[in-house]
Design a protein around this ligand. Structure first.
Ligand SMILES: N[C@@H](CCC(=O)N[C@@H](CS)C(=O)NCC(=O)O)C(=O)O
Length: 256
């Protein structure tokens, strides 16, 4: 089903299309990603923020091509190759980019050890609670289930928002914590229009934080035209989306 949608929307559009076009030369880093994929966007923004040279290769993960399985046995995007060697899982890729390219500033992981540990804690909260919560709201097909999923999500977001030092999570610098939430903030309009989400219901501070995040140039230049996402999100909203993440959520397993 999702593969079918990707046949009509196979490539990045808008600002993201320009970014893809300017990253077609061979490089030691190759990002195998999808224009629609929030996990890809995390890695993509990190490469742009840090000015690390990379090649972008659009990859459809729903066909489970042997070429993708060779890069990631889970058959998911993003996958990254570094000097021809594969890596996968967006949070692992972000950590790898920090470790492999310390000379590319700004680093997104705090250099202070205490803040670095705090960053790990909050990235984990985002990955384990906030991201699955987002998908649970999509997946819920009755008003009661949607309201329950939304109220749980608001609690996680409020807990996160309370810790934002402002303007970004750790203060002045955009970090790996902000980045880990970014793709879901820039995609929250679907929940606003279809599930009654409102950033102000988390807190005015959170709404201001989101505004800052979605206007970062590197976030905008890795984002396609909105209407293209709507075709994919229609599948989520109607319960027709089939993906490893949704299967995990339905069966109570950890996300792949
Ligand atoms: N934990 C993975 C999740 C990646 C993921 O689920 N990617 C989606 C696209 S946004 C995918 O490849 N879906 C294909 C499928 O579910 O079969 C990460 O952080 O990279």
């Amino acid at each position: 089903m999702a593969s079918h949608v990707l046949q009509s929307h196979p490539r990045a559009t808008g600002l993201a299309e320009e970014t893809v076009k300017s990253h077609q030369a061979d490089c030691e880093i190759v990002l195998h990603g999808g224009w629609f994929c929030p996990f890809t966007q995390k890695c993509w923004v990190a490469l742009e923020e840090r000015g690390i040279p990379y090649k972008y290769v659009e990859t459809n993960p729903f066909n489970k091509d042997p070429a993708l399985l060779a890069l990631n046995p889970k058959g998911l995007i993003p996958a990254l190759t570094y000097q021809g060697k594969p890596l996968h899982d967006s949070h692992v890729i972000l950590e790898f980019l920090e470790d492999a390219y310390p000379q590319h500033k700004p680093q997104l992981r705090p250099t202070d050890p205490y803040n670095a540990a705090q960053a790990r804690i909050w990235v984990d909260v985002i990955n384990k609670y906030i991201v699955p919560g987002y998908f649970r709201i999509f997946h819920a097909q009755t008003p009661e289930l949607q309201a329950a999923a939304m109220s749980e999500w608001l609690k996680y977001l409020q807990c996160f928002a309370d810790k934002i030092r402002g303007p970004y999570f750790f203060g002045e610098e955009f970090s790996i914590v902000d980045l880990s939430l970014t793709p879901w903030i820039i995609r929250d309009w679907i929940l606003v229009e279809n599930r009654g989400f409102n950033r102000e219901n988390v807190s005015p501070k959170f709404a201001a934080y989101c505004q800052l995040i979605v206007n970062r140039p590197n976030v905008l230049k890795t984002f396609s035209n909105k209407e293209c996402y709507e075709a994919i999100y229609a599948l989520h909203l109607s319960g027709q989306m089939k993906s490893s993440i949704l299967e995990a959520i339905k069966s109570g397993r950890p996300l792949p």
